[in-house]
Design a protein around this ligand. Structure first.
Ligand code: NAD
Length: 371
């Protein structure tokens, strides 16, 4: 059976769904692997490296493949080239890509969405949301440190003592905890806040100080956060305002699954920050935690420079691709039996991540929204 790896075409996407070092894992499972020419170019992976690892380099790889791998959802023109019954594995944000879901259904594709892989212990090695959040979280810390025109760490020198930077992190999920860990490694004093009850302990375990507000925690299904009411959001902003005003760098990473990002910081809160302050909003692309942040741009609000994240994992394409590819290979391994692609539709990981199969939309909320 054949696996094809596409060359990503969406603007700004630099990752690739398979790296040469993992080609051997797929051939060992019994697959033939073909990559489109230049598939790894933006991640600095040459066609020759794929060929040396045992993959074919083939511009027409998709049309003969049983399984097509990509990072971003396929283009509609690529979907039309799929063999009937072929499978696709990619990120596939079903709420934003309804037209594509219909196309995948209509060509009889079995489409899997990496963001729908259930977040259960057995599927941790397939959890691409976590692996890419790790990259994003690290990057946010490094961006803040790079933009801030002062030291992160304490320096005690013959020329006097330089105080460490004060960093506030809002949202301490996978990305936020990695941001905290990276800021701590760079020596900053870090305070962090998250609405989940478990978060305070996780924040402290990273060596940061947990900001504890007199507000109830907001746990939703599956250990995720719930959306805030307007009153709660206003009160949270009021209580967080002094922490934001005192920070040299503010980094926000808050999200609620399936919703636009919660607004945590108003422009007025940013305006109250000190001259030279830096704000990094990882959620700028999905609505923004910070009012006025623009995805992919640095804007000036009051005294602060505000950086809005846009496809942040693509800023580190090598490691991000390597981690994503490992998640995909682990998922493929689960779905392979005796050298053939044979997903077991009794398995909750398979069922949970499947969007379309056999001419039908299998992801129930998406089917209900579309049909
Ligand atoms: P996410 O990207 O949906 O959200 C990021 C963070 O924003 C979360 O910690 C959330 O609580 C926080 N947040 C939401 N609204 C907020 C608000 N108003 N103010 C402050 N913070 C707010 O979540 P994620 O990082 O993907 O995962 C969150 C949690 O899910 C993890 O910390 C973990 O407990 C759990 N998880 C479990 C597994 C697993 O079991 N395999 C894998 C990944 C994550």
């Amino acid at each position: 059976m054949k696996i094809a790896v596409v060359r990503e075409t969406r603007e700004g996407e630099t990752r690739v769904a398979l790296v040469p070092e993992l080609v051997g894992k797929l051939t060992a499972l019994g697959y033939e692997v073909a990559v489109e020419p230049d598939a790894g170019r933006h991640a600095l992976l040459a066609d020759e490296e794929y060929a040396e690892a045992g993959a074919a380099v083939d511009a027409d790889a998709v049309s003969t493949a049983d399984v097509v791998l990509s990072v971003q959802p396929l283009d509609p023109s690529t979907v039309r080239r799929l063999r009937r019954g072929a499978a696709t594995i990619s990120f596939l944000p079903v709420n934003q890509e309804r037209g594509l879901v219909v196309d995948l259904r209509d060509v009889g594709a079995t489409a899997f969405a990496m963001e729908l892989v259930p977040r259960i212990s057995r599927a941790q090695s397939m959890d691409a949301l976590s692996s890419q959040a790790l990259v994003s979280g690290y990057r946010c810390a490094v961006v803040a440190a790079g933009m801030l025109r002062r030291f992160f760490p304490l320096n005690m020198t013959a020329a006097g003592t330089v105080q460490p930077a004060e960093v506030v992190v809002l949202g301490a999920g996978v990305a936020g905890l990695q941001t905290i860990a990276t800021c701590k490694r760079l020596g900053a004093v870090v305070r962090a806040y998250d609405v989940r009850a478990a978060a305070a302990e996780e924040i402290r375990s990273m060596g940061a100080k947990a900001i504890e507000l007199e507000l109830e925690t907001l746990e939703g299904a599956g250990g995720y956060a719930r959306e805030m009411t307007e009153d709660r959001a206003a009160r949270q902003m009021e209580l967080l305002a002094p922490y934001v005003a005192a920070a040299d760098a503010l980094i926000t990473t808050a999200a609620v699954p399936g919703r636009t990002a919660p607004r945590l910081v108003t422009a007025a809160m940013v305006e109250a920050m000190k001259p030279g302050s830096v704000v990094v909003d990882l959620a700028a692309e999905s609505g923004g935690n910070v009012e006025g942040a623009v995805a992919g741009e640095v804007v000036r609000i009051g005294n602060a420079s505000v950086w809005g994240g846009k496809n942040v994992p693509s800023s580190m394409p090598g490691p991000a691709s390597r981690l994503y590819a490992q998640n995909v290979v682990n998922l493929l391994t689960l779905m392979t039996k005796d050298g053939a692609f044979a997903p077991d539709f009794e398995d909750e990981i398979v069922v949970g991540s499947c969007v379309t199969h056999d001419g039908a939309i299998r992801h129930e909320p998406t089917r209900a929204a579309i049909e």
